[in-house]
Design a protein around this ligand. Sequence first.
Ligand SMILES: [Cu+2]
Length: 136
Amino acid sequence: MRTAALMAALTAVFLIGCGGDGSSGESASAKQSGESSSASDDAVLIVAEPGATNVFDADRLEAAAGRPFPLELKNPDAEPHNLSVYSSKGGESLFRGDFVDPGKDITYEIPALPVGDLYFQCDIHPEMFGTLKVSA
Ligand SMILES: [Cu+2]
């Protein structure tokens, strides 16, 4: 009888422990997927067009001023590309992106930028450029 009670107690502990692990695991994975989807929602995306055309798929990007934000550069092209931000064409460098090898992606952490129509380009193909509109 004492053994049966002990077994019941152990079983209860086991079930509680199991249930606890299961629910915390679920909430952790739900939290993770929530974070990753919100991160990708916030990220600015630009693609270097494949086919050695040396163009980005967008000549205008938008971001909020005063806070860092992620910018994802996808490079399905056969040449390396990067993305750098300047105050204007030929102006002050505000961010210099690492080069991305063919077939690779990178997510830059762009620092907080001032309000304005800024200029972005690929530094080895300056014909790849556009306007980064930063708004308050
Ligand atoms: Cu380039």
